[in-house]
Unconditional design. Structure first.
Length: 142
């Protein structure tokens, strides 16, 4: 087991290939603001087309706000987030409950080259539209 992968030492949770490929077959992604180990800040990019996002898990709310800004601005046609299923968080209640669809993944995923499964369940959250007025004032610009 890679101890960094399951600790706060790392925000980089590599999407399991079979999960990404299955979602890509369905949604035909054009853009990923969070490629693994990217040095840039995906929130500062213009999100466009059909977007897949597996954000740094310490900044989920920030990435939800950024993506939903671009969706409301009609730069994106769709955003699919791979997130930990943390239904007790403010970002879940503020954003995810208003998504078009939430798919809870049965079992626990193995991220990257991990031998063991993640210590949390995961979900796929799908947004196809968003009203900019529902975003907090600080999120109304990229």
């Amino acid at each position: 087991m890679n101890p960094v992968l399951f600790s706060s030492q790392s925000d980089h949770w590599s999407t399991p290939q079979h999960v990404f490929e299955g979602l890509d077959q369905e949604f035909h992604f054009d853009f990923d603001p969070c490629p693994l180990m990217s040095k840039g800040d995906g929130r500062k990019l213009i999100w466009s087309g059909s977007v897949f996002c597996n954000p740094p898990y310490s900044r989920i709310g920030e990435f939800l706000r950024a993506g939903l800004y671009w969706l409301a601005e009609k730069k994106c046609s769709l955003i699919v987030f791979l997130l930990p299923a943390r239904t007790d968080t403010s970002w879940f209640h503020e954003f995810c409950l208003n998504a078009e669809e939430i798919r809870f993944i049965k079992g626990r995923l193995k991220f990257g080259k991990a031998v063991n499964s993640a210590p949390f369940p995961s979900m796929v959250v799908i947004f196809r539209e968003w009203n900019i007025e529902t975003l907090p004032i600080e999120a109304k610009s990229p």
